[in-house]
Design a protein around this ligand. Structure first.
Ligand SMILES: [Zn+2]
Length: 223
């Protein structure tokens, strides 16, 4: 990308209608600190390694199909298969990989016989593909005005509370960005928000045809 050109950016999320895949939750992935008595915001920090627990669908047949992209804490945490790691590792910047631990439910045992009535789920000991967290460290700031944001300051903690115009785009000044293909945006939740990618990463991810990943155009890096 030349300094004088603008470049489209995209956000990564779980598709709206996943359905056929198993689901997973993170366990204690954030350590919470002080809570602001005015706005209710609680400071928090990530706890590593990522710990996850497989969940079972309450209604319906359940699923034991593990997709390439798993979403244990909404859009915040990228949990991916070995396939995704091998594919991205040498080809994009701004990511590193973190270990994943699975928390066992002590009351849960793989049934000796699986019948038609046994609800499908992922059992431990785990026999699926190796999983990794994609850790994204880079956080950029938006151009607030061009991104259609206004904010007020919380009188309790001084934190900016953003309002977003409905047609707003995420506009990142070129000076904020140091070439990473994966990054987060401070005004969109920072480390607690979604992951954003460049055109290069988006094209690679698209070509990889990974399951359970939705990529949405959301703005640009501009000169
Ligand atoms: Zn506050």
């Amino acid at each position: 990308m030349l300094n004088t050109q603008s470049a489209t950016i995209y956000s990564l999320a779980e598709p709206m209608h996943g359905g056929r895949f198993t689901s997973v939750l993170s366990v204690g992935s954030r350590k919470f600190g002080h809570e602001c008595s005015v706005c209710g915001f609680r400071e928090s920090e990530r706890v590593y390694p990522l710990r996850i627990r497989w969940t079972v669908e309450e209604w319906g047949p359940g699923s034991d199909v593990i997709p390439d992209f798993n979403w244990p804490r909404a859009h915040q945490i990228l949990l991916v298969s070995q396939l995704v790691r091998d594919y991205l590792q040498e080809r994009v910047t701004g990511i590193r990989f973190g270990a994943v631990e699975m928390v066992d439910d002590p009351t849960l045992h793989r049934p000796k016989r699986i019948t038609k009535r046994t609800k499908k789920r992922v059992w431990l000991p785990y026999e699926g593909p190796p999983l990794h967290e994609i850790i994204v460290d880079k956080v950029v700031h938006l151009d607030i005005e061009r991104s259609g944001r206004t904010f007020t300051l919380c009188p309790g903690c001084g934190r900016k509370q953003f309002k977003v115009r409905h047609d707003a785009q995420d506009i990142v000044p070129r000076s904020e960005w140091t070439g990473e293909d994966f990054f987060r945006i401070d005004e969109n939740g920072g480390a607690d928000g979604p992951v954003f990618v460049t055109q290069h990463a988006r094209d690679l991810l698209k070509a990889g045809r990974f399951t359970n990943l939705s990529i949405r155009k959301c703005g640009a890096i501009v000169p």
